[in-house]
Every structure is written in C-alpha cells, then in structure tokens.
Design a protein around this ligand. Structure first.
Ligand SMILES: [Zn+2]
Length: 233
C-alpha cells in the first residue's frame, strides 16, 4: 500500500476517535442535568409530602381550638343556667348547650379523621425520606462517575490530539488538506476501502480503471462518485 495512504489511515483512526470523544463529551452536561433534575424532583416530592403533613396538622389544631372555645362556652352557659330562675330561659340555655355539644361531636369526628391522616402521612414521609436518601446516594455516585468519565475523556482526547499532530506533520500539505476537507464534509471517513469493486464510502461501483489504479497502490486514488480516497480492502 502507498505509504502516505497508510499514514492517512492511521491519522483517520485518531481523528475518528477524537470525533467520537467529542460527541461523548457533549453528552456529559446533558447527563449531569438529567441527574440533577432527578435529584431536585426527589427532594421536591419529599418536601411536598412534608408540607401536606404540616397543613393537616394545622387543620387538626384549628379543630382542637374550635372544640376548646365551644367547651368554654358550654361551661359559661351552664353557670348562667344555674343562676337563672326563669324556666323558659333555663330551657333556652339548655338548647344552646345542646347545639354546642352537637358541634363538638362533629368537630371531634373531623379531628379523628385528621389524626388518622396525620399518621398515614407520617408513614408516607418516612418511606419517601428513606427512598429519597437511597436515590440521592445513587445519583451522587452517578455524578462522581460522570466526573471521572469526563476527566478520562479529556485526557484521552489530549493524547489523541498530540498523536494526530505528529502524524499530520509527516503528511504532504496538499494531501492533508484534501484529507481534512473530505473528513469534515463526509462525516464518517475520508479514506475508504474498495471491496469487490465497490467504494465502501458511497456504495457505488468504481470504474475498472479506478479499481486497477487502487490495486496498483502507486498513487492516491479518489472515488469518482464521492471523492473519498480509496484503498484496496
Ligand atoms: Zn465513493
């Protein structure tokens, strides 16, 4: 094989690796953002439950206060009832006491429901807290791994860039130009094999003359269809 062709293939290998690393590097911030949003969602979920718990507790306390004021009212009414000598007033106060007692029963029923709700929420919060801790641990591990990966990609890329520079320095400027233009425009490869008379870059049959020149290996030959540089596969 033409020696410059061999050098180009090595150069291409390094550049493809660099391109691959660059693509991976681009995904790192996305992965990090994804993990961070997972973390935030987990924390928000627990916080929402705790907020709900506090709210129910406030409602329960309000009911307790309402019961308290009615209990006081009943005591006050009972004192009034003992002091009165009028029978109709005694009965009227009695009805009022009864009304308050009914209200208290209803309030206490509601309070009981809320106490059950508070207990249920406590259990839910504990479970959510526990699962959130596990999630946070897993996410911080994944973030640390991502950091390690990112550093490894960086140093890997540096090594490849150094290698690439040294290789490029040994290749003829015009050929290097041609190679770079093809490499950047084609997206995959600038140097491709001819297999069974077909260019593996564009999958078109090359002419017999082109195939013969590639086989001879004495010069740089391009595919007449896609312009990629050809070697014998
Ligand atoms: Zn081609």
């Amino acid at each position: 094989m033409h020696s410059e062709l061999e050098q180009l293939l090595v150069l291409q290998d390094r550049q493809q690796k660099i391109r691959h690393i660059q693509a991976e590097v681009k995904t790192v911030p996305l992965e990090r953002a994804h993990l961070e949003s997972q973390l935030a969602a987990t924390e928000a979920g627990v916080e929402a439950l705790k907020q709900k718990g506090r709210q129910v507790e406030v409602e329960r306390k309000n009911l307790e206060l309402s019961v308290g004021t009615r209990t006081e009212s009943i005591l006050r009414l009972k004192t009034q009832q003992y002091q009165t000598r009028k029978n109709d007033e005694f009965q009227a106060i009695g009805h009022e006491i009864e009304r308050y007692e009914n209200e208290i029963r209803k309030l206490e029923d509601q309070e009981l429901e809320l106490m059950i709700e508070v207990d249920r929420l406590k259990g839910e919060i504990e479970a959510a807290d526990k699962s959130a801790r596990a999630t946070k641990e897993s996410i911080s591990r994944q973030l640390a791994d991502l950091e390690t990966k990112s550093k490894a990609l960086g140093s890997n890329q540096e090594e490849l860039e150094t290698d690439r520079k040294a290789l490029a320095a040994r290749i003829d400027d015009d050929l290097l130009d041609q190679f770079e233009r093809l490499f950047n425009s084609k997206g995959d490869a600038a140097v491709v094999a001819v297999e069974h008379g077909v260019c593996t870059g564009c999958h078109m049959k090359v002419t017999t003359a082109t195939a013969a020149r590639v086989k001879a290996g004495k010069e740089i030959v391009s595919c007449e269809n896609c312009a990629r540089i050809l070697y014998l596969g």
